[in-house]
Design a protein around this ligand. Structure first.
Ligand code: CND
Ligand code: ZN
Ligand code: ZN
Length: 375
């Protein structure tokens, strides 16, 4: 029997309060309104940004259904939806691409004005949520809310992907992979033969490494305080890995020495002010490019001596690797299927959705790269 047009009762992981575990609840998911899509989730990754929402460093209204790295199948569509239909395999994207706003029209812009990041309302465009639980409205997160058996997203925040794609393997393209890979290839524009330094070897950092490798970097130096991350980093392309704990001097000095004065490209993929400074300082004056990928709390500020930039370094930042989401995600899935890069190597653990709290413990303890939850 078709569920289109009806409220669906299903399970979702609800975060009721900051710093608390998720509760698996029965929620009601309203049908999609005009220009919206309801998706049956098949798999979703756990990203550090979800954990930032739990600890409060990434503000989002609560109670909420978190999750922004999922893949699923369209269950039904609202009026006026033309780009997807029921049965299509899709990846919901936390940066929409409406195609008509000023940013979407700019060839380089990807922070579409229909995003729910600048002012996180936790609602759909009409100011209302599509989730309720025990009579209470439950907020959306980043416009995706993938920690639910069903979710509703804007049509401009859903990318249709190859019908043959394995959803449990491609879900990191919804965040970690695209964010990291694009940071290297599209934002930094890593050049062949260059030297790169990647601070943080989690799911996003390893994807930066893959991007540096694809761009032809000669040296890719991975930096992490957890040496357990080194083997996988080397597997995906890091040529050397170092831990700041092994040195007396600041890590930027170590990197400058290793690279004969400074690296060509550096990436901060942790989410800390001190490592953002180290990443900037370790890059070569005159032409080094440093890209901030990690997120910090709103209250934290970067304070720097302008001489670092006056002497010719470039400091950039990016969401979703600078990719225009709806256009790029289907292509990245095709490239994965053509074995151009090993997205699946990011996945170290697979758990049933109900074990979501265990998945977050694996992330916090440093034991996992990506845990994928399956529905
Ligand atoms: P994850 O926690 O898996 O990786 C971070 C890595 O950094 C871990 O391997 C840590 O051991 C390592 N680390 C922690 N502290 C230090 C330190 N002081 N020095 C060196 N290494 C350290 O996180 P992730 O890969 O899922 O995400 C990384 C960051 O990227 C995080 O801040 C997340 O919020 C952010 C992000 C950004 C975007 C975007 O669009 N810009 C999208 N998703 C996530
Ligand atoms: Zn737009
Ligand atoms: Zn993410």
């Amino acid at each position: 029997m078709s569920t289109a047009g009806k409220v669906i009762k299903c399970k979702a992981a609800v975060l009721w309060e900051l710093k608390k575990p998720f509760a698996i609840e029965e929620v009601e998911v309203a049908p999609p309104k005009a220009h919206e899509v309801r998706i049956k989730m098949v798999a979703t990754g756990i990203c550090r940004s979800d954990d930032h929402a739990i600890d409060g460093s990434l503000f989002t209204p609560l109670p909420a259904v978190l999750g922004h790295e999922g893949a699923g199948i369209v269950e039904s569509v609202g009026e006026g939806v033309t780009s997807v239909k029921p049965g299509d395999k899709v990846i919901p994207v936390f940066l929409p691409q409406c195609g008509t706003c000023k940013v979407c029209k700019h060839p380089e812009g990807n922070f579409c004005l229909k995003n729910n990041i600048s002012k996180p309302t936790g609602t759909m465009q009409d100011g209302i949520t599509r989730f309720t639980c025990r009579g209470k409205a439950i907020y959306h997160f980043l416009g995706t809310s993938t920690y639910s058996q069903y979710t509703v997203v804007q049509e401009c925040a859903v990318a249709k992907i190859n019908a043959a794609s394995p959803l449990d393997k491609v879900c990191p393209i919804g965040c970690a992979f695209s964010t990291g890979y694009g940071s290297a290839t599209k934002v930094a524009k890593v050049t062949p033969g260059s030297t790169c330094a990647v601070f943080g070897l989690g799911g996003v950092g390893l994807s930066v490494v893959m991007g540096c490798k694809a761009a032809g970097a000669a040296r890719i130096i991975g930096i992490d305080i957890n040496k357990d991350k080194f083997a996988k980093a080397q597997e995906v392309g890091a040529t050397e890995c170092i831990s700041p704990m092994d040195f007396q001097k600041p890590i930027e000095e170590v990197l400058k020495e290793m690279s004969g004065g400074g690296v060509d490209f550096s990436f901060e993929v942790i989410g800390r002010i001190d490592t953002m400074m180290s990443a900037l300082m370790c890059c070569q004056d005159s032409y080094g490019v440093s890209v901030i990928v990690g997120g910090v709390a709103d209250s934290e500020k970067l304070s720097l001596n302008p001489m670092l930039l006056l002497t010719g370094r470039t400091l950039k930042g990016t969401l979703f690797g600078g990719f225009k989401s709806k256009d790029s995600v289907p292509k990245l899935v095709e490239d994965f299927m053509a074995k151009k890069f090993p997205v699946d190597l990011l996945i170290t653990h697979v758990l049933p959705f109900e074990k979501i709290n265990e998945g977050f413990e694996l992330l916090r303890s440093g034991k996992s790269i990506r845990t994928v939850l399956t529905f």
